[in-house]
Design a protein around this ligand. Structure first.
Ligand code: AMP
Length: 601
């Protein structure tokens, strides 16, 4: 492998990237840097996001910039402001040893006057989104006449997002002599057209196969009932206590709902989508980037250009319709050579889609069993043990309390002590998970669901009834009650989920009316029965109540949590220390978990 030293970079840059921990160039850097440093040719780089593209063009660009020239010499176009900000930040880091180099961001949603002022003060490099830049060009607020290097980053994304005309107009205002460097993950005809129309004999470099999915991504899917999406999501998150990832939803509404449910259930999550103001989006992104936020729930569009490293998981709450979306979503994990897991929550109807994806992307999708309650508890316990082993004991600070602690615990032997200490963690998960159903689809249910979905419907209704375990109801009693009140037999009732003071059960559609009529005005145990079709909204059943092992106090503040977990990852995932996040979480949450039982009662 080549080293950065051999690529022709200056000492100032080499020192800066060495401080960033870059030891060896990535394949795209190895191929692009020597060509771009010559400053003579147009360039097309086909590489996925996360492969080190920014440095591949950024490092040679910084070497080529003339500091004395005051008008902008380089223009980098990016599809989203988030990516734009990231690029500018990277360039500033790479150029930290080059004094007086100015990189200015230009993007919508922020004050245009401020950006114009910054440009007037002098910018060597402009990093812009097409829409806002065009606005500035039309106002004659930016002078692009001296642009020598034009970089189109994530060109396919820009075209996907409808920036075709804007790009054409911007390109028309720049000089003929400039060099154009285009980077794209894929090469659809529109990108090819740009390279044909605006570039001269570009050097073309492909890293991996264009369109290829990152080999470091493990593709998994869970097969579930349509209504269980949210519950399975919670289970996945509980099963991976150190998860740091993005949950992709299809619509803004769903994105907001899922994020709100997660927050309500005590998870460290927030949403990003187009209905948020720019200020809100910025805050969420900031929290996610600095790992204050553990789970980002996002739409495809809002997540474009999110370049956050070390994501452990990408979760597809629903599968996207387009292959490109799946690739982009999954590509948010396993960046820079790390490993990552892409999990799709699918219903039987989607199984065909998974097969298609696997074939077209040439990757394997493994069906994974949805963890059952005991497995989640075991995971949580092991994680707890790991944290115990890793915790940093503050010897001096804790010393004054030790005598008192020892006195308090003197009657407990080691075994008893361990059991009690473990129970503190175990009980709250067990309390929640001991009665939770297995969410894996049984093969009979699966077949029925496939038949139903092939017909475009389901032959069952999901019913809500306001009696549950706290009323002494169990499955036989509920079936009995239904039979007595409505004459509907147990064999016509499907899955039953008993909760504290309410329950859900499936009933074949032809009996739904009988059930509703049968219970009309009925009184059980002194309580008037309320029964209704609960709808098929996967988020509904959990929405009725913060129902989770983590429940305990809603977080109405969007992203306002101070529960950071910046250094919480285990060593197998890039050197994060676990105890820090968990310990702080423990401190900040205190007895929330144990409070839950009381509140639920
Ligand atoms: P990019 O594709 O430019 O967004 O880069 C993805 C991530 O890889 C960023 O966090 C970079 O800081 C990191 N990175 C880029 N080049 C290298 C390298 N040669 N060695 C280690 N990390 C790198």
């Amino acid at each position: 492998m080549n080293s950065f030293e051999n690529l022709g970079l200056s000492k100032a840059i080499l020192e800066a990237i060495s401080e960033l921990g870059f030891e060896n160039p990535t394949p795209i850097q190895e191929k692009a840097i020597p060509v771009l440093l010559e400053g003579r040719s147009d360039f097309v780089g086909l590489a996925q996001t996360g492969t080190g593209k920014t440095a591949a063009y950024g490092l040679p660009l910084l070497e080529l910039i003339e500091q004395e020239e005051k008008l902008p010499q380089a223009l980098i176009l990016s599809p989203t402001r988030e990516l734009g900000i990231q690029i500018a930040e990277d360039l500033r880091l790479f150029s930290k040893n080059i004094l007086n180099l100015s990189v200015v961001n230009v993007y919508g949603g922020a004050s245009i006057d401020d950006q114009i002022r910054k440009l007037r003060r002098g910018a060597h490099v402009i990093v812009a989104t097409p829409g806002r830049l065009l606005d500035m060009i039309r106002r004659r607020a930016v002078n692009l006449s001296k642009i020598e290097y034009l970089i189109l980053d994530e060109a396919d994304e820009m075209l996907n997002m409808g920036f075709k005309e804007d790009i054409d107009e911007i390109l028309a205002t720049t000089s003929e002599e400039k060099l154009t460097w285009l980077f794209s993950a894929t090469m659809p005809p529109e990108v090819r057209r740009i390279s044909k129309n605006y570039m001269t004999d570009p050097v073309e470099v492909t890293v991996g196969t264009a369109n290829a999915t990152n080999v470091n991504i493990e593709h998994q899917y869970y097969l579930l009932n349509n209504r269980d999406h949210y519950n399975v999501l919670k289970r996945v998150v509980d099963y991976y206590p150190d998860i740091f990832g993005i949950v992709f939803c299809r619509t803004r509404k769903e994105t907001q709902e899922v994020a709100e449910l997660l927050m309500k259930d005590g998870y460290n999550a927030d949403a990003i989508h187009g209905d948020l103001t720019q200020v809100q989006r910025d805050r969420v992104m900031r929290n996610f980037k600095n790992r204050t936020l553990q789970l980002l729930v996002a739409t495809d569009v809002a997540a474009r250009g999110i370049d956050v490293d070390d994501l452990t998981h990408v979760i597809h709450y629903n599968l996207p319709d387009e292959l490109e979306f799946y690739t982009h979503r999954s590509g948010r994990t396993a960046r820079a050579g790390k490993k990552g897991i892409s999990i799709s929550l699918i219903t039987p109807r989607d199984e065909r889609k998974v097969k298609n994806l696997a074939r077209k992307l040439k990757v394997e999708f493994a069906q994974v069993k949805i963890p059952v309650g005991e497995e989640v508890c075991e995971r949580q316990l092991l994680n707890f043990m790991h944290r115990v082993q890793e915790v940093n004991v503050e010897e001096t600070e804790i010393a004054p309390f030790l005598d008192g602690i020892n006195e308090e615990l003197k009657d407990l032997d080691r075994e008893d002590l361990i059991k009690r200490f473990v129970s503190l963690e175990f009980n709250r998960f067990w309390e929640y998970y001991k009665n939770t159903p297995d969410l894996n689809m049984k093969s009979s249910t699966q077949k029925r669901a496939i038949r139903a979905s092939d017909r475009g419907d389901s032959n069952e209704d999901r019913m809500f009834i306001n009696v549950g375990k706290k009323d002494g109801i169990d499955v036989p009693r509920l079936l009995n009650l239904i039979h007595k009140q409505c004459g509907v037999r147990g064999k016509n009732i499907g899955r039953v989920d008993l909760k504290g003071v309410f329950s859900f059960f499936d009933v074949e559609k032809q009996y739904t009316d009988e059930i509703i009529k049968g219970f009309a005005g009925a009184v059980v145990g002194g309580r008037t029965i309320r029964i209704e079709i609960s709808g098929d909204d996967p988020t509904q059943s959990s929405h009725r109540k913060g129902n989770s092992p983590r429940s305990g106090g809603s977080r109405s503040d969007r992203g306002g949590s101070d529960r950071r977990f910046s250094d919480r990852r285990s060593s197998d995932r890039g050197g994060y220390k676990k105890e820090s996040y968990r310990d702080r979480k423990r401190k900040s949450e205190g007895s929330r978990y144990s409070d839950r039982k009381r509140r639920d009662a």
